[in-house]
Design a protein around this ligand. Structure first.
Ligand code: MTE
Length: 324
């Protein structure tokens, strides 16, 4: 593995890691060896990725789909090249440059398991699901907790359509999203620092809000692997880490799910994580954001500008619990 470079919102290892792991001599030695052999290993990894899964995406013919004009942008769309080459996908490494590594992930066959407190538990192949869902395009802003942002045309369907398919039981209050687990394809998942798989959650009220969207495409094409193919969440009023990529399991539950970042550092990453410039991250301001591409800084808006759709879900706008 290459040398770990700590990015903006990553914590010091010592702050995160259980003592047993942090003090692990073998891990230290592996890290030292990694520093020496990093270039060679990186080259191998890129080659493996290039040789990885090259199966054509059977959903290509579904896109582009009709844009829904209800969700208007207040800014220019981010250039496709910028949105698809600057990514957070820790399964494939901690850098923003995961394009090559992510190509190793096989995305067919791919099935979504719907389970927990539902009337219709099922495992459904992604291409069968796509045939049943009302596909549309939505231009959404996306605001990362690291204070960068983009505006992109997602293709996909409202999460509420999938909730309806599941028929949640009366007691279900939350929806838990679990991403794939594949240590062979995703080298980041062998890093014991992170409690894989990637997990995120929403309340059922959030999941059935009209804005909550499952993205299966972008820019009129199937999602590229680095952006979370073949199935990811897009909840644009929340910090980007809530929008889990590479999802394979959706569980309806009466227990509030704990996300991967929340599990790592609960004082910095909470369950709700709604965008709000008035509540700084403990280590940086959230007042403004850098637009991918132009690099321009613009003021951040509460709920990322989507308050008209979602503010009613949160009774107390002064309660920090809703905003980290
Ligand atoms: N989902 C998984 N499975 N793994 C991740 O590392 N990163 C999150 C989110 N979903 C992440 C994830 C973060 S921090 C952000 S900002 C967005 O994905 C980035 O999405 P993008 O790469 O499509 O811009």
């Amino acid at each position: 593995m290459w040398i770990r470079k700590r990015r903006g919102w990553e914590l010091k290892e010592s702050a995160l890691t259980p003592e047993s792991v942090f003090g692990n001599r073998r891990r230290f030695l592996a890290g030292a060896a990694g520093a020496i052999f990093a270039p060679a290993l990186l080259a191998c990894e890129k080659k493996a990725a290039a040789e990885g899964d090259a199966t054509p995406d059977p959903s290509t013919g579904l896109y582009p789909v009709q844009r829904n004009p209800r969700y208007a942008l207040d800014r220019d769309m981010t250039a496709e090249g910028d949105a698809t080459s600057y990514n957070n996908y820790y399964e494939f490494g901690t850098s923003k440059d995961v394009v090559a590594a992510a190509q190793a992930l096989p995305i067919r066959p791919w099935a979504i398991t719907i389970d927990g407190m539902v009337g219709k538990p099922q495992t459904i192949a992604i291409d069968d699901l796509l045939k049943q869902m009302p596909l549309e395009e939505r231009a959404y802003r996306h605001r990362c907790v690291e204070a960068w942002s983009m505006a992109v045309p997602w293709s996909g369907f409202p999460l509420s359509a999938l909730v309806a398919l599941a028929e949640p039981q009366a007691g279900a209050k939350f929806v838990r999203f679990e991403s794939f687990m594949n240590t062979q394809a995703a080298p980041g998942q062998t890093d014991p620092l992170y409690p894989w798989p990637y997990v995120e959650g929403l309340t059922l009220a959030e999941a059935t809000n009209e804005l909550a969207f499952i993205a299966t495409g972008i820019y009129g094409k199937p999602l590229p692997k680095q952006n979370g193919a073949p199935f990811r969440l897009a909840v644009p009023w929340k910090y980007g880490f809530k929008s889990a990529k590479g999802i394979q399991r959706i569980t309806f539950t009466d227990i509030e799910p704990t996300g991967l970042w929340q599990l790592l550092q609960s004082s910095e990453y909470g369950f709700y994580a709604n965008v709000n410039p008035a509540f700084p991250h403990p280590r940086w301001s959230q007042e403004s954001e850098r637009l991918l591409g132009s690099g321009e800084r613009v003021p951040t808006q509460i709920f990322n500008g989507y308050g008209e759709f979602v503010a009613g879900l949160y009774p107390d706008l002064n309660d920090r619990n809703y905003f980290y």
